[in-house]
Ligand binder design. Structure first.
Ligand code: ZN
Length: 107
């Protein structure tokens, strides 16, 4: 019996945490809550700034620092790398943007 209360509480707490994360990281421009979990990332190498871009309204927010070699330090913690073609790879094991896992060569 107590087991189910525990499970229910755990799910409730997890949902609450996700809701808080979504709310805190929502897009300030359009209020898009999905922004916390799905957003574009772009780098401006000239200014050394890394931006998180809202997929819904396109608002750009200065959220990190990018080096000339493409490595990014986010203000909120975490690092990543911008490839030459502008695509972003997170160093934290693909949190957020998928990731292809293997990383081996084809052939
Ligand atoms: Zn937005």
């Amino acid at each position: 019996m107590g087991m189910w209360i525990f499970v229910g509480s755990a799910i409730g707490i997890a949902a609450l945490i996700l809701a808080v994360i979504a709310w805190v990281n929502r897009c300030k421009e359009c209020g898009n809550l999905g922004h916390a979990f799905s957003s574009e990332k772009v780098a401006d190498f000239d200014s050394g700034k890394a931006f998180v871009v809202c997929k819904q309204c396109g608002a750009r927010k200065h959220q990190g620092t990018v080096s000339a070699d493409g490595s990014v330090m986010w203000f909120g913690g975490g690092t990543g790398t911008f490839d030459e073609d502008g695509s972003y790879q997170s160093d934290s094991g693909g949190y957020g943007d998928g990731g292809d896992g293997g990383g081996g060569g084809g052939e």
